[in-house]
Design a protein around this ligand. Structure first.
Ligand SMILES: [Zn+2]
Length: 477
């Protein structure tokens, strides 16, 4: 039978009394086998089959496949659903579910009530949590006309008291009602209609379609949306047929028949929606637009409302203060202080590099003087460096290779890097020498006749590698 949805008329009902019609193990339901439970047992198997075969269950992509996991992940987590979908009443399988981690499905129970204030995941808004008697409600599913309460222990047939986790629900209503306002403003002021809405555990997003929302547009939309908040306009629920709603000003074509539900925000919009909403726009609190990114052909706008906006603002300011503290300035001066620090760093880096270069040149010249030219007319400077900067070793190699008939064979031990360079008059092929030496001591690398680079697999063997390379350069020694 159809579950009466109390939240349709009063989304502020936090506690309610209801009759438990059935309670069955979730694992049995997922497998499509009924378990008798009290008075409601007859006909349950047929009903379960109907659920398993329903388009809603099929749309989830998991429920029909059975297994304990089917229940808990019956909607794709990455999916997005249109909040302003003409499908006025919420349908299952259309929204991402932020299901809190709980016990496995075999320890869960599915409860049907005659009436409920629990909102099932739908239309981009996640489900409520709370209590049914002393059983914890961990998930709420929308299956055709019925609302399924997934609880952690069995609930007796008969009267039960339901309690909604109000903090969670109120947060959802702040985000969802705020989304209505933001979407309406994006559409009316900037011709950017909302394609989908996602209410995440931390982040809320809408995907809008059209031109790129510049910073100016984002700022404009945020200001206009917050003006609606400050005006504290009424948010009302309206019912009617598709024709009646169209006559009342619903812009979208509504295909569904029967009585539909729409949300009217005073002087702003009338939109078909089955979600839960605040009573006045002032209850949304601040609407905070955080940024935008490209998603396929659309634009994903990230935002937060109410308490979430407050938390984010507090976190952002704490971060700013911590940065300012490290930069030894006021929060207001953090940007210019950071610019100064970066400029100083760049200048220091430049001067350090120049000093390293200079030092390498001096050291290379000293080495050139120390090492004598061999009988073969070749001067070989073979050297191991411990932790000297790479720039230093490179500059050293470059400088050595400026001298005629000279070869530099260098290894930087810490990074196991190899630098072979020669003056073109030294008739030795650096690339061939490196390849030959790497056959003896493993590593990789390559280059040209004048210069080759590489890396040893084991830096411990640098000495051995270098000695071998020198021996190949001068086989007679
Ligand atoms: Zn809504």
């Amino acid at each position: 039978m159809t579950t009466k949805r109390l939240y349709y008329d009063d989304a502020f009902e936090r506690e309610f009394a209801a009759e438990v019609l059935s309670c069955e193990p979730a694992s049995a339901a997922a497998l499509g086998t009924a378990v008798a439970s009290g008075a409601a047992a007859p006909g349950r198997a047929a009903e379960l089959e109907k659920i398993a075969r329903s388009p809603a269950a099929a749309a989830s992509g998991t429920a029909a496949s059975g297994g304990p996991a089917a229940l808990r992940s019956r909607t794709p987590s990455g999916g997005l659903a249109a909040s302003g979908d003409p499908a006025a009443l919420p349908r299952a399988g259309s929204a991402p579910v932020e299901t809190p981690a709980g016990p496995p499905a075999e320890e869960l129970w599915r409860v049907k009530l005659d009436r409920t204030a629990f909102y099932p995941s739908s239309g981009g808004q996640p489900h409520d949590t709370g209590q049914l008697g002393d059983a914890r409600v961990v998930d709420v599913l929308d299956e055709d006309d019925e609302v399924i309460h997934v609880v952690e222990k069995p609930v007796a047939i008969g009267s039960v008291k339901g309690i909604i986790d109000w903090g969670r629900r109120f947060d959802h209503m702040q985000q969802h009602t705020g989304q209505h306002v933001l979407s309406a403003v994006f559409n009316s002021k900037f011709s950017l209609p909302t394609i989908s809405f996602h209410l995440g555990a931390d982040v809320c997003t809408i995907d809008v379609r059209g031109k790129e929302p510049t910073q100016e547009i984002l700022d404009g939309a945020m200001a206009a949306a917050n003006d609606v908040v400050y005006a504290d306009r009424t948010v009302k629920v309206k019912y009617g047929s598709a024709d009646e709603l169209a006559a009342a000003g619903v812009r979208k074509a509504v295909e569904r028949s029967g009585t539909l539900r729409a949300i009217e925000i005073e002087s702003l919009e009338l939109q078909p929606c089955g979600g839960t909403h605040l009573q006045r726009t002032g209850q949304i609190g601040m609407i905070f637009v955080r940024g935008v990114s490209r998603i396929r052909q659309d634009w994903r706008v990230e935002f937060a409302c109410g308490r979430r906006a407050e938390h984010l603002a507090r976190e952002d300011f704490a971060t700013l203060k911590a940065v300012a503290q490290r930069l030894n300035c006021s929060p207001q001066g953090a940007v210019s202080a950071a610019e100064r620090v970066v400029a100083e760093r760049d200048a220091h880096f430049k001067s350090a590099r120049a000093s390293i270069q200079k030092l390498a040149e001096i050291d290379a010249r000293a080495s050139l003087q120390e090492v004598e030219v061999g009988e073969d007319g070749l001067r070989v400077i073979a050297k191991l460096f411990e932790v000297d900067p790479v720039e230093y070793v490179q500059a050293f190699a470059r400088e050595v290779a400026q001298a005629e008939n000279t070869v530099a064979l260098l290894v930087r031990i810490e990074s196991a890097q190899i630098f072979f360079s020669r003056h073109p008059t030294a008739k030795k092929d650096m690339n061939a020498l490196l390849a030959e030496a790497l056959e003896r001591v493993p590593g990789k690398g390559g280059g040209s006749r004048d210069s080759a680079r590489g890396r040893l697999a084991d830096p411990q063997r640098a000495q051995e590698f270098l000695a071998f390379a020198v021996s190949r350069l001068r086989p007679e020694l």
